[in-house]
Design a protein around this ligand. Structure first.
Ligand SMILES: Cc1ncc(COP(=O)(O)O)c(C=O)c1O
Length: 391
């Protein structure tokens, strides 16, 4: 995504100010520089697009990495109806990925793009700051390929994610909650320090690595369009790094220019536009979405409307998706569907129209969180939840 002259990197010239070779994985750049993405298929694009057709799987796979992508699209049959909607609602079920989330796609793409360019070599240490799902994906790829893996994650993220990453052999560093991203003690700052201290280490940096949105431009979006035969009226996407939004929205607007792109950002996060929607400093508990900066990987130009999301509505809807649709999703899927339903009503989607909502991760990450009545009750998230019918 960087094509200009930041840090001395000139267009097409990988030499930095000091005359050393520029290595995007070892030369630090802020993760909140404006998006300057030109990765459409123009001849000036600095990026290599890949054809990623929906995989046709052989009976025996060579490794778990061959099971990444190709997730199912599943119709929601109950929740839309009970909300009075007549349009079709489809869930892109990324929680069926082998690592449990859509982030498996970007973990594999970021590592393989860097390997292809010769930046990552055998014996390397891969470092990544993550709210957990990218960490799990990166740890899984490193386990298969034999790289040492270090994940830096804020304290507030669930212990279930830490347990999974440790089982995959990753070393985990936890950072205190609420530290601004540009401070050395933040998860971004600690990852950067480790990269500078550890020889032969590489910081993938999903916040600015173009392979993040490209995985969705070439993969996720193509799969959505294929499942819908290029006929869709709305897509709803939660934002963290903004990589999913950037890649999916760009491809879908190219192919279906009338499709509405709805983006959902938690209260307290600073990604939504216009900026007046955002409330700096407000805490939020849904994991994976929301940031205290706008990541470089996030290109907001294709968004038709932003919604700000509350935790309670998100977790209650995630429980409804499990209970009423039988889909074992995580909290941010509840966020996307709750505010997606609002958007379908606001835009007046009718019978015969179709909305796709992306369900990013799985229930496995949150056994002690929104699945737990005590955890929900202590925070007031159970209030107004529909009572179970008495037996
Ligand atoms: C559970 C969950 N939902 C949504 C997202 C947002 O995806 P993106 O980073 O592509 O914006 C993430 C990102 O980590 C996530 O973990």
């Amino acid at each position: 995504m960087q094509t200009g002259s930041q840090n001395g990197v000139q267009n097409g010239c990988p030499i930095n100010k000091e005359g050393e070779e520029f290595n995007p994985y070892r030369n630090w750049r802020r993760p909140d520089l404006p998006s300057r993405c030109t990765y459409g298929r123009s001849k000036d694009s600095p990026h290599s697009n890949k054809s990623c057709p929906k995989p046709v799987r052989p009976k025996i796979l060579n490794s778990v990495l061959d099971n990444i992508a190709g997730t199912p699209m599943i119709r929601l049959n109950n929740i839309g109806k009970s909300e009075g909607l007549k349009c079709e609602i489809l869930a892109k079920c990324e929680f069926f990925q082998p690592g449990g989330s859509l982030k498996d796609r970007i973990a594999l793409r970021m590592i393989e793009d860097a390997e292809e360019k010769g930046f990552i070599k055998p014996g390397a240490t891969i470092i990544e700051p993550s709210s957990g799902n990218t960490g799990i994906g990166v740890a899984m790829v490193c386990a298969v390929k034999g790289y040492r893996c270090i994940i830096v994650m804020p304290q507030r993220m669930s212990l279930e994610k830490v347990a999974t990453m440790k089982a995959l052999g990753a070393e985990i560093y936890r950072t205190a909650n609420g530290i601004p991203f540009d401070q050395p003690e933040s998860h971004v700052g600690v990852a950067r320090r480790l990269m500078e201290e550890i020889p032969n280490s590489f910081l993938l940096d999903q916040y600015r690595n173009p392979s993040n949105p490209l995985a969705h431009y070439d993969g996720t979006a193509e799969e959505i369009l294929d499942a819908c035969d290029n006929k869709l009226d709305m897509v709803v996407i939660g934002t963290g790094t903004g990589g999913t939004l950037t890649g999916v929205a760009r491809k879908i607007k190219e192919r279906c220019p009338n499709c509405k792109i709805v983006a959902v950002d938690p209260e307290g996060s600073l990604i939504a536009e216009p900026a007046e929607l955002n409330q700096k400093g407000k805490k939020f508990e849904v994991e994976g979405i929301g940031k205290d900066f706008v990541p470089t990987a996030c290109d907001r130009q294709f968004v038709d409307k932003w919604y700000k999301a509350a935790d309670k509505e998100s977790f209650q809807m995630a429980r409804r998706i499990v209970r009423e649709e039988g889909l074992l999703v995580g909290g941010s899927s509840g966020t996307a569907l709750h505010y997606g339903i609002q958007a379908m009503k606001d835009f007046g989607l009718k019978e015969g129209q179709r909305c796709v909502v992306i369900f990013v991760d799985s229930i496995r990450n949150y056994m002690t969180r929104f699945l737990n009545d005590e955890w929900m009750g202590e925070r007031g998230y159970l209030e107004d939840e529909e009572e179970e019918p008495s037996k």
